[in-house]
Write a protein that binds this ligand. Structure first.
Ligand SMILES: Cc1cc2nc3c(=O)[nH]c(=O)nc-3n(C[C@H](O)[C@H](O)[C@H](O)COP(=O)(O)O)c2cc1C
Length: 186
């Protein structure tokens, strides 16, 4: 039977690994509260993890709906699923858009050219399409202005392991740099 510390290590280690190479946890589903109060969920890539600070980073377009939603309600849910291991990791946290320019630039500089190009157009994501070509106006030089670096301060983790019988479920709550774990009924 795994201890709380071992399971936490597995959860945080899996998150870090998801940013060092492509793993099933690299892609997550992030839930926010829409400006109408209803739920919104979309796929996002986990770009960076600071396990000491308990933070997960996601990149998006500053004009995307999710950024507007976070301005109204910063609480987010992030769900990851590893089909190979039969493990689900659910994260709750507080999200904010990073405003520190040097941190934004450091993150931007780690992006591949193809990732940067996603921000080349100045067209507003989610707005009606017109005759304007999708790749204009805008250009790669100004792409960084449209990049929003979202920091999620994790508050809760829910680790569900379906690989054995019985299934195993742990809940972790963060208090500063400490996580408190509790095994719960799956
Ligand atoms: C495999 C996959 C990965 C994606 N990764 C991201 C991402 O990292 N960041 C992002 O903003 N959108 C990403 N998207 C697009 C979003 O799911 C979503 O359609 C888009 O961000 C608009 O969401 P919003 O209108 O809720 O802001 C991804 C979509 C897919 C299918």
């Amino acid at each position: 039977m795994s201890t709380s510390a071992e399971t936490l290590e597995l959860a945080l280690g899996s998150l870090v690994a998801a940013t060092e190479g492509r793993t099933p946890f690299t892609l997550g589903f992030m839930g926010t509260t829409g400006t109408d109060g209803g739920p919104r969920v979309r796929a996002v890539i986990i770009r960076a993890v600071d396990r000491t600070a308990g933070q997960v980073m996601v990149a998006t377009n500053v004009l995307s709906r999710k950024v507007a939603e976070l301005g109204h309600q910063p609480l987010v849910a992030l769900t990851l699923y590893d089909d190979d291991r039969g493990v689900q990791l659910r994260i709750l946290g507080n999200a904010e858009v990073v405003t520190d320019e040097s941190e934004r630039r450091r993150a931007w500089e780690r992006f591949s050219p193809s990732s940067r190009h996603l921000y080349a157009s100045a067209l507003v994501p989610g707005s009606p399409r017109t005759d304007q070509p999708l790749d204009g106006p805008g250009n790669d030089a100004t792409a960084m202005e449209r990049f929003a670096w979202i920091r999620i301060d994790m508050t809760d983790l829910d680790w569900l392991d379906l690989s054995g019988d019985p299934h195993i479920r742990w809940q972790f709550t963060r208090d500063g740099s400490n996580w408190r774990g509790q095994e719960i009924i799956p």
